[in-house]
Design a protein around this ligand. Structure first.
Ligand code: NAP
Length: 359
């Protein structure tokens, strides 16, 4: 595989820092450019993140001296220096939409963690194990944008990263109704306990916009490519409540599901154990060997114990049982800034590279 030069747009933020760690020794991708707001531009990466490095691993030596570019002013310069960019910025939705289109139109593919383009019908929102075929819409998107190489592909919201993979292989039973309550870590808000002391010993029962994303985005992931756009699935009916909890990393979900045909519990566990996708088949560098891990111990999965298994790229499931109102219920967990954000985006980029979309 050729080596790709990449840029991280929003490199100083929580997700950007996670990209820095994940790309440090990546066999295919090499970080050539880091960019952020005008506040950070002109500083070295080390200076720009000084006092707010939030990762447990140290800052990659190779990135410390990179001079941070301005993500908005330097689009054309960045586009000429890299093969594609990862993007995770905290800006207004319309500004992000326009910024990502500018990169794409400058012939620089954008692999995005932002929500701005998740609703755009010809922008694939991919979990590579679940819907890799959605990459097909890139041809239609390039036509709309008038580009040869440039396009935008997005990562889904971190809240649904545990329960959508767990439900995905069960859809053959006719998945009808889903209720999911999520318990989300503070890194999902770009925060640490030092920077958000009010979260110590606390639960906040509201995360703006999260429930809408958690209910609507699965329907795009389960949609079909038709005439150059993704037609969203019309079922299952999904309802959610999303809570912020006093946990550093790892989003947990308590899930209830009903089907046309109620599955046996052992059958469900076997389906989870056997489930794998294109990333496993292609042996992509960031693919977990076992995507869905099931725990018989009723006290698992736990955020601290299990979120980092398989480099934070696996999904963890436990407490599967029958329910009195729904057919089955279970809990699940995924690392929100790894599989739910930067790691999921890196895996998507690996898939797109393996299929030639980034050449
Ligand atoms: N945290 C998660 O688990 C998670 C998961 C999935 C998706 N996301 C999404 O990823 C994005 C970033 O999240 P985050 O948690 O990493 O946020 P964050 O820690 O607040 O970082 C925000 C980044 O955006 C940059 N930025 C802010 N305003 C800008 C501007 N006007 N122009 C250019 N760059 C600007 C910041 O640069 P400066 O340092 O220079 O201000 C910083 O690099 C958001 O869209 C979020 O919804 C986050």
């Amino acid at each position: 595989m050729k080596r790709y030069q990449v840029g991280i747009i929003g490199a100083t933020g929580m997700v950007g820092q996670r990209f820095a760690i994940l790309l440090e020794k990546h066999p295919w991708f090499e970080v050539k450019v880091v960019a952020a707001s005008a506040r950070s531009a002109g500083k070295t990466y080390e200076e720009a993140v000084s006092g707010r490095w939030a990762m447990t691993k140290p800052m990659p030596q190779s990135m410390k001296g990179l001079v941070v570019l301005d993500a908005v002013q330097d689009v054309e310069k960045i586009a000429t220096e890299v093969d594609f960019v990862f993007c995770a910025v905290d800006m207004k939705k319309e500004e992000i939409k326009a910024l990502e289109e500018r990169y794409a139109k400058a012939e620089c593919p954008v692999i995005s963690n932002n929500s701005a383009h998740r609703g755009t019908p010809d922008v694939p929102m991919m979990v590579p194990e679940l819907n890799p075929e959605h990459a097909e819409v890139i041809a239609a998107q390039r036509k709309r944008l008038g580009t040869k190489r440039g396009f935008i592909a997005v990562k889904s919201n971190c809240s649904l990263q545990s329960y959508v993979p767990a439900l995905h292989p069960l859809r053959k039973f006719g998945l009808q109704r889903v209720l999911a309550c999520t318990y989300q870590a503070i890194s999902g808000a770009g925060k640490t306990f030092e920077r958000w002391p009010e979260m110590v010993d606390n639960v906040i029962p509201y995360i703006g916009g999260e429930e809408e994303k958690s209910e609507q985005e699965p329907l795009k992931i389960w949609g079909r490519v038709e005439n150059g756009v993704i037609q969203n699935a019309v079922s299952p009916a999904i309802t959610t409540q999303c809570l912020r909890v006093a946990c550093s990393d790892g989003h947990m979900a308590a899930v209830f599901a009903s089907f046309d045909h109620k599955p046996e519990l052992e059958e469900v566990k076997k389906i989870w154990a056997d489930f794998s996708g294109e990333p496993q088949k292609l042996q992509l560098p960031s693919a977990p060997k076992q995507f869905l891990h099931y725990y018989e111990d009723p006290a698992r999965p736990q955020t601290r114990l299990d979120r980092d298994t398989e480099g934070g790229m696996a999904v963890h499931i436990g407490r599967l049982r029958y329910d009195s109102q729904y057919d089955i219920k279970f809990v699940c967990l995924s690392h929100n800034t790894v599989r739910g954000a930067a790691g999921g985006a890196v895996l998507m980029a690996e898939y797109l590279a393996a299929k030639g979309y980034l050449d």
